[in-house]
Design a protein around this ligand. Structure first.
Ligand code: IPE
Ligand code: IPE
Ligand code: MG
Ligand code: MG
Length: 418
């Protein structure tokens, strides 16, 4: 929350393991192996798009038969699967609509509930909430809650989603939206989800209050779930947002920032919530500790991959494509993965960044240098590395359409930078 004070913040030890999971800055292209393939499948088994996670020693990509549901359910990870040359297959991007098809009804119910939950007590907050929820958003986090819930329910003998699963998804989306409202104030961004931001439309005070209200509202719903493990998990996330934003604000234009610090900040800002979403869903399914921990790791690795991709897109896409301002990270001194990698190669870049772009044209020059010396490509490799780990984390789940959809989400994220 915006009003959180510094003495609460622990930059500490809880997530230090995350920076040690193979994000070495000199990783070679051959090491990365998450690939997607263009076979689309017209039945409800949309997950037939083959998601392959090959290992370092496998130079060709394994592709599985997609003709039957049995093949689909048996195929992933089997060593006996046929080997095809991935380059021969036409690639077709995954669409969000297809990706979420197996939880489309769950998402529809979520959207209805979000509108009735938020801001019902105050007309101004109601309008602000309507503005941001009505603007859309990918609903990636609640979709993850639904997919993990359904993928793990079977392990515990559950037939489907419980009330707790559904409420968890609503809480997560509320927290995410609150963090975006506050983030847009901090970043002075005037566009979000293709529309004017809350602070742009209603002023900063309403935006802060609307964000606080949504954090508080979600905490109330969280407490009412009466599961102490999930309460601890999610309340930590709310603290992590503030840690991430403060960490970012205190290292602007700092060319000595290291990849590990960037990953830690990205964990606080983004991966922590996604990890809590996937772990929380598994907890409410009654999954055992081994599975809940793997789901946490899955969410963390997907979240890190997602943030790295987002940071690449800030360099490569237009505001229109993004639905939010583009090219603003570097301009504001927020040095993300592409810049951190480029700084290793190009000393001139440091000079320009440290001058805080006081000379006309120097920002464009810096962006050019980042692109020229392979910053984008190396960041792509980092995103793929985290994606590979995320795919491996899913191996503890029984094979199902929900597990395939989770795999596809990892691929979808990477395809945003193709
Ligand atoms: C945006 O998240 C914030 C980041 C973590 C980069 P999303 O891209 O999931 O935002 P919406 O919900 O789809 O608008
Ligand atoms: C988004 O961070 C906010 C959080 C993850 C809390 P950014 O500032 O990096 O992302 P956009 O570009 O505004 O979505
Ligand atoms: Mg922002
Ligand atoms: Mg920000």
């Amino acid at each position: 929350m915006m009003s959180m004070t510094c003495h609460n913040i622990d930059f500490g030890t809880r997530v230090l393991d995350l920076v040690a999971v193979g994000s070495s800055s000199n990783a070679s292209i051959e090491r990365h192996s998450v690939k997607s393939h263009g076979k689309t499948f017209t039945s409800k088994f949309y997950g037939a798009r083959r998601m392959i996670c090959s290992r370092q020693d496998i130079s060709r990509t394994r592709v599985f038969s997609t003709n039957t549901s049995e093949a689909l359910l048996d195929g992933v990870g089997e060593r006996t699967a046929p080997v095809l040359d991935s380059k021969k297959e036409a690639k077709m991007p995954i669409s969000l609509a297809n990706l979420f098809e197996v939880v489309a009804d769950d998402l529809q119910t979520l959207n209805q509930n979000l509108h009735s939950i938020v801001g019902a007590e105050n007309p101004v907050l109601m309008s602000a909430a309507e503005q941001i929820f009505g603007a859309g958003g990918k609903r990636m986090r609640p979709a993850l809650v639904f997919l993990v819930s359904r993928a793990t329910a079977e392990l515990a003998g559950l037939k489907g989603l419980t009330t707790e699963h559904r409420r968890l998804a609503e809480i997560i989306e509320m927290i995410h939206t609150a963090s975006l409202i506050h983030d847009d104030v901090l970043d002075e961004s005037d566009m979000r989800r293709g529309k004017e931001t809350v602070h742009q439309q209603y002023g900063t005070r309403v935006a802060i209050l609307a964000g606080d209200f949504m954090f508080a509202q979600s905490s109330w719903y969280l407490a009412n779930l009466e599961n102490i493990e999930v309460i601890k998990l999610i309340s930590q996330v709310i603290k992590d947002f503030a840690s991430g934003e403060i960490k970012q604000a205190s290292s602007l234009f700092d060319c000595d920032v290291e990849l590990e610090e960037y990953l830690l900040k990205s964990y606080y800002k983004t991966a922590s919530l996604i990890a809590a979403s996937t772990k929380g869903a598994a907890i409410f399914s009654g999954a055992d500790r081994g599975v809940t921990e793997q789901m946490y790791e899955f969410g963390k690795n997907l979240g890190l991959s997602f943030q790295v991709v987002d940071d690449i897109l800030d360099f490569t896409q237009s505001a229109e494509q993004l639905g939010k301002p583009a090219g603003s990270d570097l301009a504001k001194g927020n040095l993300t993965a592409p810049v951190i990698f480029a700084l290793e190669k190009e000393p001139k870049l440091r000079e320009i960044i440290e001058s805080e772009f006081c000379e006309t044209g120097s920002l464009d020059k810096a962006i050019e240098l980042v692109k020229q010396c392979g910053g984008i490509e190396r960041a792509q490799e980092l995103a793929k590395e985290k994606a590979d780990l995320a795919i491996k984390n899913l191996q503890c789940l029984p094979k199902s359409n929900f597990r395939f959809a989770l795999q596809d989400m990892v691929v979808f994220n990477l395809e945003r930078i193709d």
